[in-house]
Design a protein around this ligand. Structure first.
Ligand SMILES: Cc1ncc(C[n+]2csc(CCOP(=O)(O)OP(=O)(O)O)c2C)c(N)n1
Ligand SMILES: [Mg+2]
Length: 345
């Protein structure tokens, strides 16, 4: 069987979004979800290796464990919808259809990176793919995401802004100023809270009131909210469809609290001593988003173990090529030091 990941299909310009309207996955969608999540996982594993080898400097926050959130929501989006998120952003870029080579080269600070090697892991953008960063200041992307939605509403272009933030960021004041404005102006923004239960080394209940009900905070602003199993890509896509419908029909913002989990440390420099290894192990064994889809694919006779191994092999080639590019591409020239600082109209 010929299998193409959504990334590959988007690159080839062959993806037909109208196929994605029904809730409940077609066999092709199961394969697509599997491939897209696996691309993120393999990419992140490679990024972790390159970091260990000294090719990536500074901070590097991996998305391993959370793949179903961004992939399921990407399946609910349409071309032109925007995405903005925090520093844990590699998965969002790949799901947005950005080229793994350009993303990896940015991580290693090379010319071919999306920010010409001058932004790194936390600061890259693609207007073409409607990806607006990559933000290192916790919560800062939330008002910016509402700003994107404000522009959409002003232009009446039917687009929706997907604004992602974490459980820790949900404690920032600017989030609630944004909820208020988004609600009164009925902005087409889906606020996606990725509740992965930790903010750096702090378990959410230690710092956060009602830490397992963050979406409900939107209720005070009249924003509808849902709590979703963020490890199940089906549940994510279905909730995403409801949120998008709400926003696109002019009803204003919507909140999705995605209950998810990160397997790795907060960043590469985190020894993760604040949680038991068994907790991570249990999550991996019982709730892994990729294994869940794999089991459905095998059980439903959609594809065989061998087919899935072939997909993995294809993805490994894409990731290896991205890593080779990211290591071989030159660093930016010194003359680039003072360029791209301000945008001139
Ligand atoms: C305004 C601000 N305060 C503190 C930090 C340091 N910091 C970086 S990430 C982080 C935790 C955020 O956790 P969460 O929002 O749950 O996102 P996650 O890392 O789990 O994806 C903190 C406190 C920062 N970058 N910006
Ligand atoms: Mg968190």
């Amino acid at each position: 069987m010929v299998v193409k990941s959504a990334y590959m299909a988007r690159k080839a310009g062959t993806r037909d979004k109208s196929e994605l309207k029904n809730s409940g996955f077609t066999p092709e969608e199961e394969i697509q979800a599997y491939s897209d999540m696996l691309l993120i996982r393999r990419f992140e594993e490679k990024a972790g290796q390159l970091y260990g080898m000294g090719f990536i400097g500074g901070f590097c926050h991996l998305y391993i464990g959370q793949e179903a959130v961004v992939v399921g929501l990407q399946m609910a989006q349409e071309e032109g919808d925007q995405v903005i998120t925090s520093y844990r952003d590699h998965g969002h870029m790949l799901a947005s259809g950005m080229d793994p080579k350009g993303v990896m080269a940015e991580l290693t600070g090379r010319r071919g990176g999306y920010s010409k090697g001058k932004g790194g892991s936390m600061h890259m953008f693609s207007r073409e793919k409607q990806f607006f960063g990559g933000h290192g200041i916790v919560g800062a992307q939330v008002p910016l995401g509402a700003g994107l939605a404000f522009a959409d509403k002003y232009k009446n272009n039917g687009r929706v802004s997907f604004t992602y933030f974490g459980d820790g960021a949900a404690n920032q004041g600017q989030v609630y100023e944004t909820f208020n404005m988004a609600s009164i102006w009925k902005l087409p923004v889906v606020f996606v809270i990725e509740n992965n239960r930790y903010a750096m080394g702090t378990a959410a209940p230690r710092s956060t009131a009602m830490a397992d009900q963050l979406g409900a905070r939107g209720g005070a602003f009249g924003i509808p909210f849902e709590q979703v199993d963020g490890m199940d890509v089906h549940a994510v896509k279905e909730a995403g469809d409801r949120a998008v419908e709400h926003c696109r029909t002019g009803e204003g913002p919507y909140i999705l609290e995605m209950m998810t989990y990160r397997y790795r440390g907060h960043s590469m420099s985190d020894p993760a001593k604040y949680r038991a290894k068994e907790e991570v192990q249990k999550m991996r064994e019982e709730h892994d988003p990729i294994e869940q889809v794999k089991a459905r694919i095998i059980k439903g006779n959609i594809a065989s173990e061998d087919d899935l191994k072939k997909i993995d092999a294809e993805i490994r080639v894409i990731v290896t090529e991205a890593a080779e590019f990211a290591q071989g591409d030159p660093e930016p020239d010194v003359s680039e030091l003072w360029t791209d600082i301000y945008v001139t109209a």
